[in-house]
Design a protein around this ligand. Structure first.
Ligand SMILES: NC(=O)c1ccc[n+]([C@@H]2O[C@H](COP(=O)([O-])OP(=O)(O)OC[C@H]3O[C@@H](n4cnc5c(N)ncnc54)[C@H](OP(=O)(O)O)[C@@H]3O)[C@@H](O)[C@H]2O)c1
Length: 269
């Protein structure tokens, strides 16, 4: 099953091709859905400090009874954390809340602080935070390190000035929103693209042409959307709090034809 297959990161580590997203999932729901997802064979969970549900995710991990090394967990450093000292503290706090000795991947959530000066680049600040990531990577607390919502210029800054290149860029990729130039840049530099909001946070199902195509393949809009992201070579992170949806999102072993991929790529937001 494709949802249990792996991509390989630049450092050689395997990363399962589909993750359960947990944005807007309460702490309580997180414990339930993470346990359920691991029970039915998910191998990858995506959370973030800003989601406020790491403790719940950690409870779900424990409750599953699975060996820690049998699944992959990602968390993210909040956008407003832009100093080395704060980053060190937040990495430690994240590990403590998740009750795990290591994270498989940690990302800088955004290149600029939420609500910060959007005309400023924050290149120096991201390098300071990245230094804390590199240290935690070297001592094994973070098995891989990456970024999220980074532009080409933001990535180039790390690539030119840091010791270790980012291994992942988690960005919004879904039918109607395919940032091809950024994706091509990542591919050329061996940075895996993770596709967040594969269902456009639930908005995709409103489009009749997407519904019609899903019907043609005998799948749901969400399955079509996740498969679309996989066929672009990205790693989708579908989020749901409903067990039937979480289960359905594992069934992605169908193939969207080249012609239909082109039709989906032509859809605009
Ligand atoms: N790095 C970033 O800045 C960033 C930003 C956004 C998202 N993310 C990550 O990406 C994940 C996914 O993005 P998202 O939260 O925007 O969600 P999404 O997966 O694009 O959409 C979630 C919505 O789709 C529904 N859904 C999921 N599977 C379904 C199915 N099989 N049938 C019908 N409905 C289905 C969910 O329903 P219910 O929840 O009601 O069950 C929810 O309403 C996040 O959870 C987070 O982990 C990262």
């Amino acid at each position: 099953m494709i949802f249990q297959e792996n991509y390989t990161l630049a450092n050689g580590n395997k990363i399962p091709k589909v993750a359960l997203g947990t944005w807007q999932t309460s702490d309580e729901d997180a414990a339930r859905v993470v346990k359920y997802a691991l029970d039915i064979g998910y191998l990858h969970i995506d959370t973030a400090i800003a989601y406020g549900n790491e403790a719940g995710v950690g409870k779900g991990m424990k409750a599953s009874g699975k060996a820690r090394e049998s699944y992959f967990v990602t968390s993210k450093l909040p956008a407003e954390i832009k100093t080395y000292e704060e980053a060190v503290q937040h990495i430690n706090d994240s590990l403590a809340r998740l009750d795990t000795p290591y994270l498989d991947l940690m990302l800088i959530h955004w290149p600029k602080p939420w609500g910060g000066d959007q005309n400023k680049t924050y290149f120096e600040e991201n390098l300071a935070v990245w230094k804390a990531f590199e240290e935690a990577y070297k001592d094994g607390r973070l098995k891989a390190i990456g970024v999220s919502n980074f532009s080409i210029a933001d990535l180039q800054n790390l690539m030119d000035n840091a010791e270790i290149k980012p291994m992942v860029n988690q960005i919004r990729v879904h039918i109607g929103h395919v940032p091809q130039e950024l994706m091509d840049f990542c591919k050329a530099n061996d940075i895996l693209v993770e596709a967040y909001s594969p269902n456009a946070t639930g908005r995709l199902s409103a489009k009749a042409e997407i519904g019609a195509m899903a019907e043609k393949y005998g799948v749901s809009v969400s399955q079509l959307a996740n498969r679309f992201d996989l066929q672009l070579g990205t790693l989708p992170l579908p989020k749901s709090v409903h067990e039937e949806y979480i289960k359905q999102n594992t069934r992605l072993d169908f193939v969207i034809s080249d012609e239909d991929m082109q039709a989906l790529l032509a859809i605009k937001e």
